[in-house]
Design a binder for this molecule. Structure first.
Ligand SMILES: NC(=O)c1ccc[n+]([C@@H]2O[C@H](COP(=O)([O-])OP(=O)(O)OC[C@H]3O[C@@H](n4cnc5c(N)ncnc54)[C@H](OP(=O)(O)O)[C@@H]3O)[C@@H](O)[C@H]2O)c1
Length: 336
């Protein structure tokens, strides 16, 4: 049996491009005790992957020649771990490949009787719905009547963060995204109250019109100019939630901090960052609530699916350039 995988052959400068990667076929080695062979079904294209292309990274820098990391779901083909049987759906750091040979201890068996398998890389996904949930509910502590602003709002985390803010009682949710097709998506499909097109509008001026009394919670996925613009509209007690800063990931040695951070002192406001795994002991609570919202149709996730492992490098570029709505995934086709 052959595995097809994507390896890093050059550190990207700026957005990742296809020539930064190689597609490699290799034989699958026989399983050792405790290992599980997984046919990779769907991979989650996440912003953290870009940060691993630096030599040193919070998410562990990749070496040249290494397989590109990715979270995903798959189906067990063969098992030498008693906890897994052939045909089980599993979630784990399966990486950018068609067949993953994993220690059973690194996999989670999924219950797909209630929700579709893709939910575990979408609404229930660690780097998607769970991240949105903890950022809005625990870090931002959104409450009834709040005005909430979300940046990167038409992407995976942002689109759910806005919807979860509404479900948590926010009276006004404003999204920031790039392009009129994205602002229309936020308002018409996802029920945001308003949206700002940062590519064609002045975010600071427009936010003044849309939230004249200020912002209670800002869920930031973008950083840079967007963060500075929203800081000009915080008020007493505003919570600024730093979920990510995708505008900065292409040059992590020169990350630009917020110019307007003194607004925090003027407004007795807070800025708090988080990584989803800081909430590991609360995953069950989040998954239960997200499953309820998913089952009742209160949370919507649009998916953009690229077909085949060979499209993985292109998908990394699409993520950075915003060529998708909602969750970006790669459906992996087995090569042989
Ligand atoms: N804290 C955590 O544990 C955690 C976990 C997962 C993800 N995150 C963070 O969540 C954020 C969103 O991740 P995601 O996976 O959901 O990706 P995503 O939002 O689906 O895709 C990224 C989006 O970022 C926008 N973008 C790219 N460059 C930009 C720039 N220079 N300025 C403004 N917007 C830009 C693009 O949308 P436009 O078309 O609108 O520009 C693109 O669609 C990232 O910052 C990521 O690091 C954090």
């Amino acid at each position: 049996m052959k595995n097809r995988k994507v390896t890093l052959i050059r550190r990207p400068t700026g957005d990742p491009v296809e020539t930064d990667f190689s597609i490699v076929d290799e034989d699958v080695a026989p399983l050792e005790a405790g290992q599980v062979l997984v046919k990779v079904d769907t991979l989650s294209i996440d912003a953290f992957i870009r940060t691993t292309f630096n030599e040193v990274s919070f998410h562990q820098g990749s070496k040249i020649g290494n397989i590109v990391p990715a979270l995903g779901i798959g189906v067990v083909l063969e098992s030498r771990d008693d906890a897994f049987s052939v045909g089980d759906y599993v979630f784990g750091a399966l990486c950018s490949q068609s067949i993953a040979c994993m220690p059973g201890a690194a996999l989670r068996r999924l219950d797909v009787s209630v929700v579709p398998p893709n939910s575990y890389v979408g609404i229930l996904g660690l780097t998607t719905g769970m991240t949105s949930y903890f950022g809005i509910v625990d870090v931002g502590a959104v409450k009834k009547g709040d005005t909430v602003v979300v940046s990167g709002a038409a992407g995976a985390v942002g689109s759910l963060a806005g919807q979860i803010a509404k479900l948590s009682g926010a009276s006004r949710v404003i999204g920031i995204a790039g392009g009129p097709h994205k602002t229309a998506f936020l308002v018409d499909e996802l029920g945001f109250d308003a949206a700002i097109d940062y590519k064609n509008e002045n975010v600071e001026a427009r936010l003044g019109e849309l939230a004249p009394t200020g912002v209670d919670v800002f869920f930031d996925n973008v950083g840079g100019d967007t963060l500075d613009a929203v800081l000009m509209h915080i008020k007493d007690g505003t919570r600024v939630v730093i979920c990510g800063a995708i505008s900065q990931y292409q040059d992590m040695d020169n990350v630009r901090g917020p110019k307007n951070y003194l607004k925090l002192a003027e407004r007795h406001a807070t800025m708090a960052g988080f990584a989803v795994f800081h909430f590991a002991e609360h995953y069950e609570r989040a998954e239960k609530q997200l499953t309820q919202w998913l089952a009742s149709g209160q949370l919507i996730m649009r998916e953009h699916i690229e077909q085949g492992i060979d499209r993985f490098p292109a998908a990394l570029n699409i993520l950075q350039n915003g060529g998708h709505h909602g969750k970006l995934l790669v459906r992996v086709a087995q090569t042989s």
